[in-house]
Write a protein that binds this ligand. Structure first.
Ligand SMILES: [Zn+2]
Length: 315
């Protein structure tokens, strides 16, 4: 079932150095060393470089000297990991948009700032850059909501290059949270079930998805979500692939589920319409030539990969 995909994290080209990053002296030395490179996120969006036509984009990386020149807070940089090919240590500095705009030289160098979701949809940035920007965005999203201790209300301080916060008052440690989301292609063997949700663009149909709840297995989450949203009973469930989704800090767990019933009853609070599609129809949606003008999510989304596997008869 497992196949190589563009977002396969096994290909991730960094070493997170999770043992070393707990050493604050080591981390501080790395931030000042020549091999340190910093990306800048302003209001959660990365500073990028692109060609004039904006058909190719890449993350902008800055040296410690450049970051010092912008007077951005190096000491608060998140440690992303070490680039396995260059040996460079990669950091992310996340600031409010106005801080980047008003930084010395910021108006010239800390632009353009582009929303990561737009970059994903446009498909203009290499997968490795998307992954690094996603890592920084999701980690910083967590920090923005973890400044106070959930136990005593005290202020929490950043530790381990951003991979922990610790309450100064009660000592409670807090770790970045990831929200597991199941996303599932439900098939009866010949057809797959896709739904149109209110927040989707017109004519876009996608796989069902939902958060995994406490005390629930991935398999049960798939069965429950499908029953809640379209009232289809699901039997066997299998894992296919996963995708980090930094909006704000989810992990999409791609599954395939076997439908045991076929009559759809939608939950109108979540779904606008849902229906069954043949492999031919699904292929036409991906190709953009479906007879009714229906579309599927683009290659940035794990739903696209699940659909391709279904069309190719792999699931
Ligand atoms: Zn506390």
């Amino acid at each position: 079932m497992m196949t190589s995909r563009s977002f396969d994290t096994a290909k991730m080209a960094i070493d997170r150095l999770s043992t070393q990053r707990t050493d604050s002296a080591w981390l501080e030395a790395q931030q000042k060393a020549p091999g340190a490179r910093f990306m800048v996120l302003a209001d959660l969006s990365p500073v990028i470089r692109s060609n004039e036509a904006r058909t190719n984009a890449a993350l902008a990386w800055f040296s410690p000297e450049q970051i010092a020149g912008f007077r951005l807070p190096v000491s608060e940089a998140l440690f992303l990991g070490r680039d396995k090919s260059t040996g460079d240590n990669l950091f992310a500095i996340c600031v409010p948009e106005h801080m980047a705009r008003l930084a010395p030289g910021g108006a010239e160098n800390l632009r353009p700032i582009v929303d990561l979701r737009s970059l994903a949809i446009q498909g203009v940035m290499p997968p490795n850059d998307m992954m690094l920007a996603g890592e920084a965005r999701s980690l910083w999203s967590w920090h923005l909501n973890a400044r106070h201790c959930g136990h005593c209300g005290g202020t929490t301080n950043v530790k381990d290059g951003g991979w922990k916060r610790k309450c100064w008052a009660c000592g409670q440690e807090w770790f970045p949270r990831t929200d597991p989301v199941v996303i599932m292609l439900i098939s009866d063997g010949a057809r797959c079930l896709l739904a149109h949700e209110k927040q989707f663009n017109d004519n876009v149909y996608s796989t069902l998805a939902g958060f995994v709840e406490h005390g629930e297995t991935i398999e049960d989450a798939v069965r429950r979500e499908v029953m809640e949203e379209v009232a289809i009973e699901v039997g066997d469930v299998a894992y296919v692939a996963s995708q980090p989704w930094p909006f704000p800090h989810s992990l999409m767990i791609g599954c395939v589920g076997k439908a045991l019933s076929s009559d759809i009853t939608i939950d109108p609070s979540e779904i606008e319409t849902a229906r069954w599609f043949s492999r031919e129809e699904a292929a036409a949606m991906l190709a953009g030539d479906h007879g009714e003008g229906l579309l599927a999510p683009g290659p940035y989304a794990i739903a696209n990969w699940l659909l391709k596997d279904f069309i190719n008869g792999k699931i």
